[in-house]
Design a protein around this ligand. Structure first.
Ligand SMILES: C[S@@+](CC[C@H](N)C(=O)[O-])C[C@H]1O[C@@H](n2cnc3c(N)ncnc32)[C@H](O)[C@@H]1O
Length: 308
């Protein structure tokens, strides 16, 4: 499949999403934004500390290479990272150039450029939501193929809440924000491009997380229930950092893929605890996070293994 084959918009392609050079740069510095700093980064670092020492590690869709660096720092024997976007690969190469055991290349999660049974640990952080339906299915088959029997994988995947709920700043009134969104959406052209969606929502500071999609008449809408979306539908996920082109997959679809491919779910971690929210809010009074993040976590970490 041609790397730049266009699927739906200037962000959704037939082999995955593309952010464009400016957003790639922004992602590399802001990473997962406030949900990373408040809830995710500390556990993922601890998970890698436990999992990677002495292991051959693969980072699927490695982005700017941050987790490749962490894996190397915590004693991985080797780290291979790949990503579909050449701009991401360039940043990942720069970030890891001082680490001899790390190798970065361009590659597709649907056709992983390594032999079977090659890795003890595989990471896939916020990658499945960037893959079109064919790539989504193949990602899990490929992940299973490259893991050694007994190998472990760690996956970070958006929850159904992150597709259906509006998360706002604490001081904002959600019904006012909803009205503002409806007013803004009425100005968006039919069948909008990613650039148009991003541009329209550039100055909407009260929105922290929400999801948009296009209906069968080409009209953009704010998703309020995952039943409004179909498997693999192109969507846009707006966060406080930026608006990402994504594809929709329900949590159940992910679980189905683990089961179909014989990957055993050892545990799922919900890192969105009240304790972390309080700690974060004490040190970040400028944008305190509401209880919504704890009641409705936006991402789950899956620990899976390939049976012996
Ligand atoms: C949200 S970013 C996450 C990056 C990295 N895993 C991290 O956690 O920092 C999603 C990444 O998936 C990559 N991606 C999209 N489609 C892909 C594909 N078919 N194969 C490999 N990577 C892909 C994007 O280029 C992007 O870097």
């Amino acid at each position: 499949m041609a790397n730049n084959e266009r699927a739906v918009s200037d962000g959704h392609f037939l082999d995955g999403t593309r952010y464009g050079a400016a957003k790639v740069k922004k992602f590399s510095t802001s990473r997962y934004g406030i949900i990373g700093s408040a809830f995710l980064d500390s556990t993922l670092i601890q998970d890698l500390k436990n999992l990677v020492p002495g292991k051959r590690v693969l980072d699927i869709g490695c982005g700017a290479g941050n987790w490749c660096v962490t894996a190397a720092q915590y004693g991985a024997k080797s780290v291979d990272g790949f990503d579909i976007q050449p701009e991401m690969v360039e940043l990942a190469k720069q970030a890891t150039s001082h680490l001899d055991m790390v190798h970065i290349q361009v590659g597709d999660a649907a056709d992983i450029p390594f032999d079977g049974d090659s890795f003890d640990v595989v990471l896939s952080f916020f990658v499945t939501c960037n893959l079109p339906p064919n790539g989504f299915t193949k990602h899990f088959q490929e992940l299973h193929r490259v893991l050694v029997p007994g190998g472990k994988a760690l996956l970070l995947i958006p929850t159904d809440w992150s597709h259906s709920k509006l998360y706002t700043k604490i001081e904002a009134d959600p019904s006012t924000v909803k009205r503002e969104i409806a007013q803004i959406l009425s100005t968006v052209p039919k069948y909008p491009t990613t650039s148009q969606v991003t541009e329209t929502f550039r100055n909407t500071d009260d929105i922290l997380v929400t999801c948009f999609a296009v209906d069968d008449k080409g009209e953009i809408f704010n998703v309020t229930n995952t039943s409004q979306l179909s498997h693999g539908q192109p969507i846009w996920r707006k966060t406080e950092v930026m608006t990402f082109p994504n594809f929709f997959y329900s949590e159940q679809s992910t679980i189905d893929q683990f089961v179909t491919n014989g990957l055993h779910i050892e545990k799922t971690d919900n890192n969105f605890t009240e304790e972390r929210r309080i700690t974060y809010n004490k040190s970040n009074p400028a944008i305190p996070l509401s209880i919504d993040y704890v009641k409705h976590p936006t991402a789950l970490v899956y620990h899976v293994s390939k049976p012996l």
